[in-house]
Write a protein that binds this ligand. Sequence first.
Ligand SMILES: Nc1ncnc2c1ncn2[C@@H]1O[C@H](COP(=O)(O)OP(=O)(O)OP(=O)(O)O)[C@@H](O)[C@H]1O
Ligand SMILES: [Mg+2]
Length: 494
Amino acid sequence: MQPLVELRGIARRYGGVRALDGIDLDLRAGEIHALVGENGCGKSTLIKILTGAERPEAGGAVTIDGQDVTAAGPAERRRLGIQVIYQDLSLFPNLSVAENIAIGRHLGRIHRVDRRAMRQAAAAARDRLGIALDLDRDVGALAIAERQLVAICRALAEEARLVVMDEPTASLTRTEVDALLARMRELAVRGIAVLFVSHRLDEVLEVADRITVLRDGRRVATLPPDGLTEAELTRLMTGQAFRYDPPSAPAVEGPVVLEVEGLSRTGQYRDVSFRLHAGEVLGLTGLLGAGRTELALSLFGMNRPDAGTIRVCGHPFAPSDCRAAIAAGIAYVPEDRLSRGLALEQPVADNLLATILPRLAGRLGLVPPARRAAAARDGIERLSIKVARPEQAARTLSGGNQQRVVLAKWMATRPRVLILDSPTVGVDIGARDGIYAVVRDLARAGVAILMISDEIEEVRNHAARVLVMRAGRLAGEFASARSSVAEIRAAVDG
Ligand SMILES: Nc1ncnc2c1ncn2[C@@H]1O[C@H](COP(=O)(O)OP(=O)(O)OP(=O)(O)O)[C@@H](O)[C@H]1O
Ligand SMILES: [Mg+2]
């Protein structure tokens, strides 16, 4: 049978960097195809070439139904049924669900929008996907997982034959991931091809019909998941046998650095109390919407609590903004790093050093070039950031490498308290270890670390104590060494 889409001899270079080097790939109607590989191996670049956002070098070809479309731009390829769901989802928050779903088909006639036809088209797409979705709500009021469904419905309304998703599950909780995987299967049953990128190998093995592994811009293998293990897949991705045994988290008990007492904010979290010691890694887990991020933002001066107290090293602390929090020695690495953490047009080196420039500066306030270069090199090495030159714009790094830059930047501030919100989302399995090692080093040096994560295994393996938040309240505290993942999960789910 002729594949729906064929990529032949796809190569792409950016300056001196070979992002893709002669890739062949075909996608079949009705299959779920996963694309995996380490950060920077070329997954997003390949997707851009598939959708027409980027051009391959001479010799590369893209065909749909056997027709050469290499020269066709994104609009033409969309018309031929290639629909991408970008990570930002490209939705209009101030429009309704129905309008968002149907807008593509009606965009040409926006002056005379036929509301009834739009609603019908939206309802049809929703029903094809078999989900409950209120068509009249504003998209701005929906959770990420629901917005994703809107984006998938929109792709259906535009008669998608291939739906492409770049890391669609990165910011979803386990339950939401399961729901999304079920929707992918729904699409496949209807004969639509799905291509998706993920660093979560368990879900890849669970849902994919075929898996393509990239390494350094080359295709290493395309294979079915049958009999394949995560370890084997990781070996294909990295070229090395990869053994992972989680180190036991150090249970250092230094003095109390952060003390939170009865902290509340209406509608977000209620009566939260805990203590964080110097040198301790404290885990905080819970479902999306449990109030973890809101609590973290309050500690960082960006979300004023209504009641309760915070103390830092024994002193009352009521930060009016993040500057006050930084001055008190608190650093916060947000979950949504790509939109908050980086100056995308600036060099990687400047991004890395933004938080520590005053410390590097000499007497006249100037940073000696040698010192600047050495500090940048240190950050790049410690988190193994894949970068051609430190002067490269941050925008040109792969997603996972951009995340590492943000992490490195805040870790370099040597804060008293470091709050990490989902530090390894979107980071490949090999690089996760580097992040955990830096966390351990910082703790050993006396930094108090609050590690927020959806992944119960992650907090249990890397924090000595784990707090569970549910519906805005602390719903349990566990000593990692004496608690199983199942026990903690029971508290998370309630
Ligand atoms: N506009 C650009 N300019 C320079 N280099 C680029 C550009 N876009 C991508 N690259 C480089 O191409 C390589 C592949 O990047 P790509 O974004 O495709 O990786 P990826 O597999 O999606 O990684 P991740 O899992 O981290 O998202 C990287 O080395 C990246 O720095
Ligand atoms: Mg990417």
